[in-house]
Design a protein around this ligand. Sequence first.
Ligand code: SAM
Length: 251
Amino acid sequence: MTGYDVLAEVYEWLISDAKLPPAEFAASFDDVLNLLPSNAHVLDCSCGTGQLAVGLAGRGMQVVATDASEAMVRRTAELSEEFGASVRALRANWEELPEHFQDNTFDMVFCVGNSLHHATGATGRGAALESMSRLLRPGGRLVLTSRTWELVRARGSRLEISDRLVRRHGRDAVVVYRWEIAPRWEEEHHIEIAIAQVDATGLVLVRSELLSCWPYRYEELEVELHRVGLQTELSTFDPEAENYMVVASKV
Ligand SMILES: C[S@@+](CC[C@H](N)C(=O)[O-])C[C@H]1O[C@@H](n2cnc3c(N)ncnc32)[C@H](O)[C@@H]1O
């Protein structure tokens, strides 16, 4: 189960204020983007609603944006049009990527914003990382961001309700995450995300989706990256921080 076709409609309520403008989303990766020529070939392989892809295109890069969700790809294409950005957007899950692109095509591949945990277990994750690695040119880099699952699992199953309303397009919503943590790391976990919009008359409109995910420890990820020919160049992993970024280059 991939999901996100329902959430795609209301995904901006899940993106922080700071990252909503495409230029700002891209700027959050300034340190790695500075390693690239301005017309670099880049792929965002879990593009969501396209903020990063459009931000990268705004810097003059040649951008391809892919996602497993048709609705997400549509939203990326709409955002590109709105910003007059040149982004090639297409639906493909990670394992299908080599059917669409030749090996050694991209200078940088992005898999960001808590996407990789949707790959089905260690086998699915290995296949996804293998695809990403194949598409990178030698010396090219994979940029991956992740939740710190060590922390998420330690907290156990729970309900997380936003402590303030999130306003987008003049509409307020409460955002709810329901975490279903399985007893063992390798089992399928679930996150149910609900966006409850409240209109001026007090009417509540809820959109929600149950997503499957397979967590991984940081050490496992490192091993899996190396197995597909990627060498960790930079890592912000800190067992006490909520998220981390790994930059790995193709040997
Ligand atoms: C949490 S969203 C992150 C979106 C975006 N990168 C961001 O930071 O806002 C996860 C994305 O991964 C996509 N995804 C899930 N499974 C996938 C797969 N097997 N192949 C490609 N994309 C996938 C989802 O459709 C969704 O758009």
